[in-house]
Design a protein around this ligand. Structure first.
Ligand code: IVH
Length: 690
């Protein structure tokens, strides 16, 4: 933030609308940018005071010019920052929590109490997994999803509809002919355990803080201000209850939870993969034990069982306390931990040079498998836990999958334990390590470090990047050891003569590998951009950059300002991209890739070059929301007809192509008078033009 930002308010002539408007636009962009850093990346670049000054200027300027206030202005958020960037919504019925128990005795007490409260009645019960995610309430009106809210304080929560709409398993429209007039359905949004493991590995690799467990990761993801990030994280959900329900005319309320689960399924809402029924405390405990044995097989993390009275007519008569219903209770399993010894701490080097300390443990069985290694993330983490080599430690599995050292048994120390020091030189190539101010990550500063080359190569070839079959870890390792690969461009000069002498490489596998490498030259631009290791650029940003700039050359020559004008690209990322393309090593690498014939965007979508002339010449397009084809494909249709595709709506935009669940870009387009086309109208236009 410069002093300009703090002092530019007074001299602004309030009457000159265009100047005020552009300052407002700038302030809103800056605030959105700093919100992103603060909320998404937990990496604020300015102090709260500086943020407040920007915010105050925005509010003062809007107060003087109320006609220029837009609904998406940060000032229009209820609550503001730091209370939360989301509007608050009142739940139709409060979202309560559950009482917890840990023992069979307490389960027996619970069942006894039900019988005492409803003497002489049969009280069938259901038992289901307790999903460890984030509680959510979705409101469907006549079958359409109109609102989604988190639990919040139980009375009101954050409105997260836009983020919830990115979750594939949540239908925007209930399936079936008979849908309730009103349904406030409740459940849990979760991050699948496997995705959690992948995200944490990626974050470690980039030197970003990792999530402690899938629940935190899901909560953090739902709080993202950018729905594209949410979409990429692949959240999922399970539904198990309702707040308000008003059946369709002629339809009745379900009689039991069991029947309600069936209804939910019919409406296309995901439910728990298993549930049990029981008539007494013994049967409840049998179900709890069976769930305990199978719970690790679910995609979500579960730390308990929820026992509910099955008949809905009994719920109202059982009632609730101020905190929890009397008709349900949660049984919590003991967290599985194991004691072992920390034998050593080794250091791994990632593709961007980040050094990650790894615990080498005496193998121990915990939560279903043997654990011998666990990432310790970074030096601070080790200091915070006061971990020393030789310590007796407690291990757990974060999210049931990732082994983690959770504590030290300091009482068991005998004085022989040694503190860990991060090496001052790379353990692989011996180059000095460096630390960027304000980052916890320590990096090997040598881009030719063989460990970095290996990791970059593996990443380049991986499924989500250039997708080169047959080029896995083992083959990469052999090629690097044989000094055939120094950078990713060397892949494209490999010959059969060089490959055949390598151990375990038969003529067939050499042929296949060379064919896979050759066909990777035709991969679309976004894959190339995702694979190069441009700082801060993951899959989402790579797609955005590809559809906004179209070719490597246009991207490489873009100014920081041009990069920033793309909606999802903030200042830090823009500067990093800009600087990266000006690094002499990068310029050489790109030259080699170009000479090898790798597609730099010119041949995207079936080999077509961007047309110099065509029916869409002179038009600028912005794409938003979900289309029936990938966005990049739609962008290519436009470019092949000489149209331009840009990332953000401005006065220069001719058309906004809006798919389903389009967000704030629609409001902006409306405000600027930009024509909005849905996919059908787009197709009509294209068909007419041909
Ligand atoms: S029923 C009145 N069923 O656990 C609350 N809750 O610790 C009725 N939860 O707030 C909730 N799995 O967010 C229910 N199968 C399940 C659940 C479940 C997870 C959550 C829910 C609740 C919290 C209580």
């Amino acid at each position: 933030m410069t002093s300009d930002d703090l002092f530019s308010m007074q001299p602004l002539p309030v009457s000159e609308d265009s100047i005020v408007d552009s300052r407002l636009e700038e302030l809103r962009r800056k605030i959105a940018h700093h919100d992103r850093l603060y909320y998404d990346q937990a990496k604020p670049e300015i102090t709260d005071r500086e943020y407040d000054a920007l915010y105050r200027e925005l509010v003062d300027l809007e107060r003087a010019n109320p006609g220029l206030i837009t609904p998406e202005s940060p000032s229009q958020r209820v609550g503001g920052r730091p209370q939360g960037a989301f509007a608050q919504v009142q739940h139709l019925v409060p979202m309560q929590s559950l009482d917890n128990t840990y023992s069979a005795e307490e389960i027996a007490d619970f069942v006894e109490r039900l019988q005492r409260l409803l003497p002489g009645e049969e009280i069938p019960m259901t038992i289901e997994p307790k999903v460890d995610g984030v509680a959510i309430a979705l409101l469907y009106e006549n079958g359409l999803l109109v609102r989604a809210a988190t639990r919040g304080d139980g009375t009101s929560g954050d409105e997260v509809t836009r983020n919830i709409r990115t979750i594939e398993v949540i239908p925007a429209k209930l399936h079936g002919k008979i849908v309730p007039k009103v349904l406030e359905v409740r459940g849990e949004v979760y991050l699948p355990k496997e995705t959690f493991a992948r995200i944490n590995a990626e974050r470690d690799e980039l030197g970003l803080p990792t999530f402690a467990n899938p629940r935190n990761a899901a909560a953090g993801t739902l709080k993202q201000l950018d729905p594209n990030v949410v979409a990429e994280r692949k959240l999922s959900a399970v539904f198990y209850g309702f707040g308000a329900i008003e059946p369709a005319a002629g339809d009745a309320l379900p009689e039991s939870m069991e029947k309600f689960f069936g209804r939910l399924k019919g409406w296309g809402l995901p439910v728990n993969p298993r549930h049990w029924t029981a008539r007494d405390a013994g049967e409840v405990m049998d179900a709890i034990r069976e769930l305990g044995e199978t719970r690790r097989g679910f995609a979500f993390e579960t730390d308990g069982a929820v026992i509910k009275a099955d008949l809905i007519s009994q719920h109202a008569r059982l009632g609730s306390t101020s905190k929890a219903p009397r008709w349900a209770i949660a049984y919590k399993y003991e967290p599985e931990q194991a004691k072992t010894r920390l034998l050593n701490i080794t250091v791994q080097v990632g593709r961007s040079g980040v050094l990650t300390p790894v615990a080498e443990l005496e193998p121990v069985f915990v939560a279903g498998s043997t654990v011998a290694r666990a990432t310790l993330h970074n030096e601070e983490e080790i200091a915070r836990k006061d971990l020393r080599i030789g310590d007796r430690v407690m291990v757990e599995k974060a999210g049931d999958v990732i082994p983690a050292v959770v504590g030290v048994l300091t009482a068991e120390r005998d004085g022989s334990e040694r503190p860990f020091r991060m090496p001052t030189h790379c353990p692989v190539c011996a180059a000095p390590v460096s630390r960027t101010d304000g980052e916890v990550a320590v990096r090997c500063a040598n881009p030719s470090c063989s460990a970095q080359v290996r990791r970059r190569m593996e990443y380049f070839a991986s499924r989500s990047a250039m997708d080169i079959a047959g080029l896995g870890e083992a083959v990469v390792s052999q090629l690097v050891d044989a000094k055939l690969l120094h950078d990713v461009a060397d892949l494209y000069t490999l010959s059969a003569d060089q490959l055949l002498p390598i151990e375990r490489m038969g003529s067939k596998s050499v042929e296949n590998l060379l064919a896979a490498i050759a066909s990777s030259k035709e991969q679309p631009l976004w894959r190339l951009l995702a694979s190069l290791g441009i700082p801060h650029v993951g899959l989402t940003a790579a797609r955005t950059l590809a559809s906004s700039f179209g070719t490597v050359d246009r991207l490489a020559t873009a100014s920081v300002g041009e990069l920033c004008s793309v909606e999802e690209i903030g200042e830090i990322m823009a500067t990093a991209i800009h600087d990266w393309f000006r690094d002499p090593g990068v310029i050489t690498l790109l030259g080699k890739l170009r000479d090898a014939g790798v597609n730099f965007g010119e041949r995207d979508a079936k080999g077509s070059a961007p047309a110099a002339d065509g029916p869409l010449k002179g038009t600028t397009w912005v794409l938003t929301g979900t289309l029936s084809i990938p966005r990049e494909e739609a962008a290519e249709i436009i470019r092949s007809r000489a149209g331009k595709v840009s990332g953000s709506v401005s006065a220069k935009t001719t058309y906004l192509l809006a798919g389903e669940d389009a967000g704030s870009k629609i409001d902006k387009a409306q405000k600027l008078g930009v024509k909005i086309l849905n996919e059908e109208a787009f197709r009509n236009l294209i068909d007419r033009g041909e």
